[in-house]
Design a protein around this ligand. Structure first.
Ligand code: NDP
Ligand code: 2IT
Length: 447
């Protein structure tokens, strides 16, 4: 609870208008609480009802996705696209395929995306999409059938200058390919309507690695600021998907040792340091469980239950699986074990009480909308390359990514300091992300 009347009334409105959408409520609460000093300093935002407008998506699409499975049976899923805010550019944000997806998850992700995209400094609005489709255990053919049906409806609402989706949980290069193929067929146009494309047909170098690399670049910048580095540090990375794998790769390149990774079933602990080739083979190629790692590397141990990973002693923790995976108990253990930095590779992986505890305990806490912005940043660079009909080198895209992450670190630091919250990167990220969007909304009138 804040003491600011506008904040409280807007939050009440969000609860009333979006019943049962608890992840969305959580994401809004955190942002609004951070904004109090900015709202007090700039009455123009309240006068123009910026908060009331920013919490209301510009458009919500919800649709039936029917498809035929390999046995010829009809399956029906639900598809979503929330086009949240276009003050800074075309809607931009990933698509998530996971059985837990419902409107509240897509709204929370779309809301976060507005401020994250603003922080990148590129011209992108905020949006998110997805489905409760579960890709686990499905054949390539079934995944293709589903993606084609999903895109058959979605293609009416997106476009290179309108809304540009990308991947997220359960959506990688394979799914982007199937969706791109169907979009091209239905609309008869080859445009940069999706990012995260494969390299032969318009993808950007570094997009696959971008979220994980960017996460480690921003942590590295923080470590430099406090006179430290990754060299010799012990790191735990939850998840073993796209973000986790490339975060681990970059930590290893910078001399750190990743000792634990996880999936939704459990976690592996390898005191010698995770052998990433084995993880890539199991997760990217074979699409199997992380448990398999221990049959290849006998010195490693597998434990059931993904949240146990926070019991592993580490200097730096990078939660990179899913929302609310790091709770207060995990936070207490990490702090007790001497962890100095937590950076969110996933979107909202830390529960609010756990995040508050990190801030109070002076553990550097880098929130997702800053720390995992590297993925959407390189998506923005992919859009730029598509517009140019040109492809940059790996070195160029990587250098741009690094520069964007360093700039984000500086900007969130500056914003936190300006409002008397030095070192509070949650407040810094929310304010720095918000101000640019809010000012653009003021410029563009009541829309
Ligand atoms: P992937 O699908 O590649 O990997 C997801 C990983 O998280 C898997 O290891 C998965 O385990 C685990 N996971 C998923 N759901 C749960 C759950 N409910 N409980 C425990 N573990 C779970 O997704 P990404 O790596 O792309 O995404 C991970 C996080 O990063 C998400 O929060 C996403 O929103 C965020 N993110 C992704 C970006 C990107 O560019 N891809 C950019 C910015 C943020 P299992 O295999 O068992 O399902
Ligand atoms: O949460 C995210 O930022 C993403 N899933 C990436 C979005 C994008 O458009 O690249």
């Amino acid at each position: 609870m804040s003491t600011n009347k506008t904040v409280e009334s807007v939050y009440e409105l969000v609860l009333k208008r979006n019943p049962g959408e608890k992840e969305f409520h959580q994401a809004v609460r955190e942002v609004l609480d951070s904004l109090v000093p900015v709202l007090e300093e700039n009455p123009a935002y309240a006068d123009a009802r910026i908060l009331e407008r920013i919490v209301e998506p510009e458009r919500v699409l919800m649709f039936r996705v029917p498809w035929l499975d390999d046995s010829g049976k009809v399956q029906v899923n639900r598809g979503f696209r929330v086009q949240f805010n276009s003050a800074l550019g075309p809607y931009k944000g990933g698509i998530r395929f996971h059985p837990s997806v419902y409107l509240g998850i897509i709204k929370f992700l779309g809301f976060e995306q507005i401020f994250k995209n603003s922080l990148t400094g590129l011209m992108m609005g905020g949006g998110k999409g997805g489905s409760d489709f579960d890709p686990k255990g499905k054949s390539d053919n079934e995944v293709m059938k589903f993606c084609q049906s999903f895109m058959t409806e979605l293609c009416k609402h997106i476009g290179a200058d309108t809304d540009v989706p990308a991947g997220d949980i359960g959506v990688g290069g394979r799914e982007i390919g199937f969706m791109f193929g169907q979009y091209k067929r239905l609309r008869n146009e080859f445009t940069g309507v999706l990012t995260g494309k494969k390299l032969n047909w318009g993808g950007s170098l570094v997009r696959t690695e971008a979220t994980g690399y960017g996460l480690v670049y921003i942590v590295d910048e923080h470590l430099k600021a406090i006179g430290k580095s990754f060299e010799g540090k012990t790191v735990t990375v939850s998840g073993s998907g796209n973000v986790a794998i490339y975060a681990t790769e970059k930590v290893q390149q910078l001399g750190g040792k990743v000792v634990a990774m996880s999936d939704s079933n459990g976690y592996i602990y390898d005191p010698q340091g995770i052998k990433l080739d084995a993880v890539k083979q199991i997760k990217e190629v074979e699409r199997k469980r992380i448990k398999e790692y221990t049959s290849i590397h006998k010195g490693a141990k597998y434990s059931e239950g993904c949240n146990g990973i926070w019991n592993v002693k580490c200097d730096i923790a990078l939660p990179s699986a899913t929302q609310n995976e790091l709770d207060i108990e995990g936070a207490k253990t990490l702090i007790k074990n001497g962890c100095i930095c937590v950076a969110e590779g996933a979107n909202m992986p830390t529960t609010p009480d756990a995040a508050d505890l990190f801030v109070e305990s002076k553990v550097a806490f880098l929130p997702g909308k800053a720390a995992n912005a590297g993925g959407v940043a390189v998506s923005g660079l992919e859009m730029a390359q598509n517009s140019q009909r040109y492809a940059w080198t790996f070195e160029r895209a990587d250098a741009e990514l690094k520069n964007i992450m360093v700039t984000i670190y500086k900007n969130i630091n500056k914003a936190a300091e300006k409002y008397g919250k030095k070192g509070n990167f949650i407040v810094g990220a929310n304010i720095a992300g918000f101000v640019k969007v809010a000012d653009s909304m003021l410029d563009q009138g009541v829309v």
